[in-house]
Ligand binder design. Structure first.
Ligand code: NAG
Ligand code: NAG
Length: 126
């Protein structure tokens, strides 16, 4: 009986702690605020055309050096200042320059779709 009460109290304390930690985390930018890359098909010819939007999902901090897994994307498809191919499946957004909190940058390419995802970035939190 007493053991049970102690367990319950421990459980409450832990839940409270988890809650506080969650609040603490939401004051900063973590993995759940990872920059996103979204592709929308905007041209239906041959080749198709895609609009790519990269967004800083952190409401507090700028983000720099967003790298994208870009498979065999080729540089001739886009202005390198917007999206630079560094290596096979390593591209960098906006010359690595900061995107303000929630800022989006966009570019288009005409080619069969390249599957892309963000791989690396640095938040510039105070
Ligand atoms: C590009 O990739 C190759 C092979 O994985 C690697 O050896 C090389 O260091 C990379 N270059 C850069 C600039 O990251
Ligand atoms: C991309 O294409 C869409 C649809 O054609 C157009 O509205 C948009 O302005 C283009 N974006 C850029 C950065 O050229």
């Amino acid at each position: 009986m007493q053991n049970n009460t102690a367990l319950k109290l421990t459980f409450r304390a832990l839940t409270g702690l988890a809650f506080l930690l969650q609040i603490g985390q939401s004051a900063e930018c973590g993995y759940r605020n990872k920059p996103t890359i979204q592709q929308t098909q905007v041209g239906f010819g041959s080749p198709p055309k895609f609009m790519v939007e990269v967004q800083n999902k952190c409401p507090m901090c700028p983000v720099i050096n967003i790298h994208v897994k870009c498979v065999s994307f080729t540089q001739d498809l886009v202005d390198p200042r917007k999206f630079k191919v560094l290596n096979h499946s390593d591209c960098v957004v906006n010359s690595g320059l900061p995107l303000a909190p929630l800022q989006k940058v966009s570019f288009n390419y005409s080619h069969n779709k390249f599957l892309m995802s963000t791989s690396n970035w640095n938040f510039q939190c105070e």
